[in-house]
Design a protein around this ligand. Structure first.
Ligand code: GLN
Ligand code: ZN
Length: 772
């Protein structure tokens, strides 16, 4: 058996199943409708089917080219559980030193007694991982055998897979200090305690028969809380020590999501056996840096694992030739795990046939990787494929709808005035008069609970089982009842509730030219949650008004102002697969213009307030500090382009999710929205103090309760959060609303929570009235 690294591999494969089988099985297990053996059976079958499938596509069954990237929930949690690295509040989950499946899910989801591990964004993807919590005394011990069991299971079925773990540097950098840790403690301080466990795990895998192990170190491609020099020292030391382990499989270190920069020589100089670089995103490293690799295999991440476009094989071949000239051992892979893309373009019979030829999902990317790998040592091996790739790219660049002269002429004619509204004090005066709102106006973020009836009506109209008129009647009835509910609760600014939207991005994608929507294009967002990103392939244009009819109808039902609800350009980009043939900046402007037209139409029917949600603004922030200013510049401009056509009288709101705003507070201010609602309840209104310190002078609605849990907040609790807010910002600036949309909640808790919110505000208003 050869221990050479295979010439073609992938970093990882989607693990939810082609028809989301794992999601269904896991959720059924949580509901108690199936048992552990059944879940285990589905998972085993999914893993083995995946290996078989990959071998059928051309990966070798015995050469370690198939990475074992299955996970029941999250890969970071898998590593935390393997290392027993769980915070004290979960210590009773160990059963005889072991963490089993129920313990695993409890860490992920919490239970009645305790909060789950926090969840946060995985690099620049839309995947979310669980954040390990580590303190000075968190005990580490190998707490289960899943990794080697999975390897053995595959081996017994005829596949020599490559086990995958999060590498120690990334694992500790992604961890946070547990709540009992002393001020200033950094999980990295525990490196020396952790490394022996990695050593032991490697030994176990070696004993089980593994030839190669993949240690993932994506954190090395992003700026971290320690300096690049410190990071280089830590990295060198870790991999020198791991490479020195006597009993171990060969080590592949992967570094997806960007370039390693100065860390490349640091890693290349160690005795690891193979190093993966993200060439697609990070570009070609310098010849000098590559020379450091010596005999170490360079696993070149040439095929984009992150987006859905067919590879430019000419470009791939040129890059490969450059790498081949300066490295001794070369292999081809994807830039990242393919977990970020759907399974197979062939499933999408509903997509326009022409668009389908431009796309590559996970299976097509496996093919592309194998194709490029044939070039190694054989410069003309894929001439025909390169010609075909050039032909398709050529076709794509000139196809109808990819570049529209009308859209481009409008963009070219934009002037600075198109990005600017009149000064805020002026707008404020006009709006105050027009809206006549009480102090601390109450509102919600947009969506109301999506009942099974609403979901089913949407599904039925899509399948043609009910007529559009019947569907419209059902939606209108829903809107009517949501308006009535809000009127009864005594909210000040109402919403129509968004019942017609399956998803805040897909809804707009379905109604704009330049986008396509898939049928099976699910990707994992977190745990069992999947999203189906739209594909933005051409110039964006709005053929007809999108939201006007619903908004107008909602407003006709109440004398209170009803907000028009739009999704902002940055969020539309962030949650779609975006074209790769022009800058994000340019694409964002096109989307912004479409929204600008929608806002104009909403104003024409008298919509007094229009909210343009940008929950993903923080999310797209680049991993490297040096890239951030440019991003914030174009993203703010896109929002302003969308909203600056609004008259002074129209109050523009925006909504942002996630509470870490420190780094982008200047950008939030620069959006120049009249009112900004922000997630704040879980961080106890921290953002209000930050905004005050920044001198933020416009309206702000810090969320007063967390909508991610069914818990109903007491009026006193909300009032106390509001008191905190009022101490930091003048009450004239403050709005009162939940943290986010209510779509995932039920009506019972929504009604009770909003009643308490209104009650809390009336208490505060009374107190304030008394003190004047
Ligand atoms: N208006 C959207 C809603 O309420 C906003 C959702 C979000 O911020 N993610 O559902
Ligand atoms: Zn939100």
């Amino acid at each position: 058996m050869s221990h050479e690294f295979p010439t073609a591999t992938i970093n990882g494969y989607p693990r939810i199943g082609r028809r989301r089988e794992l999601k269904r099985a896991v959720e059924a297990y949580w509901d108690g409708t199936t048992d552990a053996p059944e879940l285990h059976r589905v998972a085993t079958q999914l893993r083995l089917d995946t290996y078989r499938h990959l071998v059928r596509r051309g990966l070798g069954p015995h050469d370690s080219s198939i990475p074992a990237t299955f996970s029941y929930y999250d890969q970071v949690l898998d590593t935390a559980v393997a290392l027993g690295a769980v915070p004290e509040r979960f210590s009773d989950l160990f059963d005889d030193g072991t963490l089993g499946l129920d313990a695993y899910f409890t860490l992920a989801r919490g239970d009645s007694k305790r909060a789950p591990l926090e969840m946060t964004k995985w690099f620049d993807s839309n995947y979310h991982y669980l954040v390990p919590e580590i303190g000075p005394a968190t005990p580490f011990r190998l707490a289960n055998r899943w990794i080697e069991d999975t390897f053995v299971e595959a081996l017994e079925s005829g596949f020599t897979t490559r086990p995958v773990l999060i590498g120690p540097v990334t694992f500790l950098l992604l961890s946070k200090a547990c709540s009992s840790a002393p001020e200033g403690f950094d999980p990295l301080e525990r490196l020396d305690d952790l490394l022996p466990l990695y050593g032991e795990l490697l030994e176990r895998l070696k004993t089980a028969g593994a030839q190669w192990v993949q240690l993932e170190e994506p954190a090395l491609t992003a700026d971290q809380r320690i300096s690049p020099e410190e990071l280089a020292t830590v990295t060198t030391s870790v991999y020198t020590r791991l490479a020195a382990c006597q009993q171990r499989p060969k080590l592949l270190v992967t570094t997806s999501y960007g370039s390693l920069g100065p860390l490349l020589p640091a890693l290349a100089g160690t005795a690891i056996d193979a190093l993966h670089l993200d060439i697609f995103k990070g570009g070609l490293p310098s010849t000098d840096d590559l020379a450091e690799l010596g005999e170490t295999v360079l696993v070149a991440g040439l095929v984009d694992g992150h987006n859905v476009w067919k590879a430019d094989l000419s470009l791939g071949a040129r890059r490969l030739a450059r790498l081949e000239a300066v490295t001794r051992n070369l292999s081809v892979s994807t830039s990242t795990s393919l977990q970020h893309v759907p399974h197979d373009v062939e499933d999408e019979s509903g997509l326009p046939p022409r668009l389908r030829t431009w796309l590559a999902f996970a299976d097509q990317k496996v093919d592309e990787t194998l194709t490029l790998a044939r070039l190694v040592g054989n410069p003309h091996a894929i001439d025909q494929e390169i010609n075909e790739s050039d032909r398709i790219l050529g076709e794509r660049s000139t196809a109808d709808g990819v570049r529209r002269t009308d859209v481009r002429a409008r963009i070219a004619a934009l002037a600075p005035a198109d990005f600017t509204r009149s000064p805020y004090p002026l707008r404020q005066l006009v709006q105050t008069k027009a809206l006549r709102l009480p102090l601390l106006p109450t509102t919600t973020i947009g969506s109301f609970p999506q009942t099974p009836a609403v979901r089913s009506a949407r599904a039925r109209v899509k399948n043609g089982r009910i007529a559009l008129s019947a569907y419209t009647a059902i939606m209108k009835e829903e809107i009517r009842s949501v308006i009535e509910l809000q009127d009864n609760l005594g909210l000040d600014v109402l919403v129509h509730g968004e019942p017609e939207r399956n998803d805040m991005v897909q809804y707009f994608a379905e109604n704009l030219d330049g986008f396509a929507v898939t049928e099976y294009g699910w990707v994992q967002s977190y745990g069992s949650r999947c999203t189906r990103p739209s594909i933005l392939w051409g110039d964006v244009h709005r053929p007809t008004p999108i939201t006007v009819e619903w908004t107008q109808y909602a407003q006709s039902l109440s004398t209170k102002p009803v907000k028009g609800m739009l999704t902002g350009p940055v969020t539309i980009l962030a949650w779609s697969f975006v074209r790769d043939d022009q800058s994000l900046d340019e694409t964002a402007r096109q989307v912004a213009l479409a929204l600008r037209d929608e806002i104009a139409d909403l104003e024409d029917v008298g919509t007094p307030i229009i909210q343009v949600d940008e929950p993903a603004l923080r999310e797209l922030l680049p991993l490297r500090e040096v890239d951030r200013a440019e991003y914030l510049d174009w993203s703010v401009k896109a929002f302003r382009l969308a909203t600056s056509g609004a008259g002074d009288r129209t109050q523009i709101h925006t909504h942002l999710c996630y509470s870490e705003f420190g780094q982008i507070i200047g950008a939030i201010d620069a959006l120049d929205a009249d009112v900004t609602s922000i997630e704040a309840a879980r961080s106890r209104m921290e953002v209000v103090a930050d905004l005050a310190a920044h001198g933020y002078g416009r309206g702000v609605g810090p969320g007063v309760y967390d909508i991610h849990s069914p818990r109903i907040p007491e009026a006193e609790e909300i009032a106390s959060l509001l008191e905190t807010a009022v101490q930091n910002l003048p009450e004239r600036q403050l709005w009162v609303n939940p943290d986010c949309g209510l779509k995932t909640r039920g009506y019972a808790e929504t009604t009770a929570s909003l009643a308490n919110l209104v009650e809390a505000v009336s208490q505060i208003r009374e107190r304030m009235g008394a003190s004047v």
